[in-house]
Write a protein that binds this ligand. Structure first.
Ligand SMILES: CC(C)(COP(=O)(O)OP(=O)(O)OC[C@H]1O[C@@H](n2cnc3c(N)ncnc32)[C@H](O)[C@@H]1OP(=O)(O)O)[C@@H](O)C(=O)NCCC(=O)NCCS
Length: 380
């Protein structure tokens, strides 16, 4: 028996699983950088597709490179009618994240060539996934309401086109701009659960559609991307500013998690939550206030008083739901919208993994028995 002494860390907390130059988080100071550039700067000055290019290829594109990337994505936005037909058969009561996971995996059936050492193959896998995931999310939303999906519009940019396909009308320019910023903020976040899942899948050298499908499945959980949907449920259960403190006391008594608060890495307010709160206010000023915002503000104050000393502050999911509500996005689409953005980060990690690949094969600490006698069924 080998006598290797290995410390077990549940959730692999603090254990490096890779080397990466894609993004950086300083959880004590509340800093997030993509390829070394601060997220505030990208949110103000860049666009989602330019940021996706930066994450995936490691540098900001020249004007020609960006034009051609955007043009390719515009061209590949449509989905095959057989994928649409497949999606029509999904139950309308199914969660849109499950629909997205199945549809992303189905892309692998149609683009099955696997040429991972061919830069053109990589480029077109990136383009297809970035282009088609929003179309699939919007198509499922319309089809589950019994409507035909809306075709993408070539004259609209990435964010505006998604909102158009979803709401069947051209969005207000501020709404489109705000949505683009949301996508930028959610595009990447070091090695979280879904990114790790993408990397493990990528390390087997399977196709990129399987990589993204496994990441989508992982993002769906309430401890990860699913929290933004739960925040809105929580705010609606609280119902009024007066009810915030009794609700919080009950959570603390029963040790229930308060959705949208806390983070494995951030011990201060998530920098993305700060930007999202600012843009939520911008939207409210133009389109009217949301009563949930008052409740959210009171909740933030109360949680800070009770749990701030333990480093529990709002995370990215706390204010994103309020922004999405104002953009007319239903709450069970919040996580699919997160996935639309995070595809950029997952693809960047897919590419980075391929560049220095070794299949993931961690070890375990066996806690079971040995030499157990097999009891025949009559004796059990
Ligand atoms: C994000 C999250 C999963 C991080 O988990 P983690 O790093 O494993 O931290 P833990 O869940 O072990 O929490 C550490 C401690 O802080 C407490 N804590 C963390 N987040 C909390 C929250 N949202 N509400 C109440 N207590 C919380 C835990 O109860 C735990 O207390 P204990 O040490 O007394 O047991 C966790 O904060 C959480 O579940 N948040 C709510 C869901 C959410 O918003 N997810 C989106 C993340 S972007």
């Amino acid at each position: 028996m080998s006598a290797v002494c290995i410390e077990f860390k549940p959730g692999l907390e603090g254990i490096p699983a890779t080397q990466s130059s894609i993004s950086y988080v300083d959880g004590q100071q509340g800093i997030l950088e993509y390829r070394g550039t601060n997220i505030e700067e990208l949110a103000k000055k860049s666009s989602f597709l330019e940021t996706a290019y930066l994450l995936i290829w490691g540098n900001l594109p020249s004007k020609e490179e960006l034009d051609s990337f955007q043009e390719d994505i515009r061209y590949h936005r449509r989905i095959k009618y057989r994928i649409r037909d497949m999606m029509k058969c999904f139950p309308e009561t199914g969660h849109p994240m499950d629909a997205l996971q199945a549809s992303a995996a189905a892309l692998g059936l149609f683009y099955s060539r696997r040429a991972l050492d061919n830069p053109e193959y990589i480029r077109f896998a990136v383009v297809r996934l970035l282009a088609k995931i929003p179309t699939m999310v919007a198509a499922f939303q319309l089809m589950r309401k019994g409507n035909d999906p809306v075709q993408p519009r070539d004259d609209l940019d990435y964010a505006a086109n998604f909102l158009y396909m979803l709401n069947e009308k051209e969005p207000d320019p501020l709404a489109a701009k705000v949505f683009d910023v949301c996508l930028t903020l959610h595009a990447e976040h070091t090695i979280n659960a879904s990114t790790f899942s993408a990397m493990v899948t990528a390390s087997t050298l399977t196709d990129p559609y399987a990589v993204i499908a496994s990441a989508v499945g992982t993002l769906a959980g309430p401890l990860h991307g699913g929290a933004n949907e739960d925040v809105i449920t929580m705010l609606s259960e609280i119902g009024s500013v007066e009810n915030v403190r009794p609700y919080l006391e009950k959570c603390l008594e029963t040790k229930a998690k308060i959705m949208g608060f806390g983070h494995r890495v951030y011990k201060v307010k998530d920098p993305r939550a700060i930007i999202l709160q600012e843009i939520a206010v911008e939207l409210f000023e133009k389109f009217g206030y949301d009563k949930y915002y008052e409740i959210a503000l009171e909740m933030e104050k109360a949680v800070e008083e009770k749990l701030g000393h333990r480093g529990i502050y709002p995370n990215v999911d706390f204010y994103s739901g309020l922004v999405y509500r104002k953009l007319g996005i239903p709450s069970d689409l919040f996580t699919p919208v997160f996935a639309i953005a995070r595809v950029a980060g997952w693809l960047a990690h897919w590419k980075e993994q391929l560049a220095a690949n070794r299949i993931f094969r961690p070890t375990q600490i066996y806690t079971g028995e040995h030499n157990v006698y097999y009891t025949p069924i009559q004796e059990r």
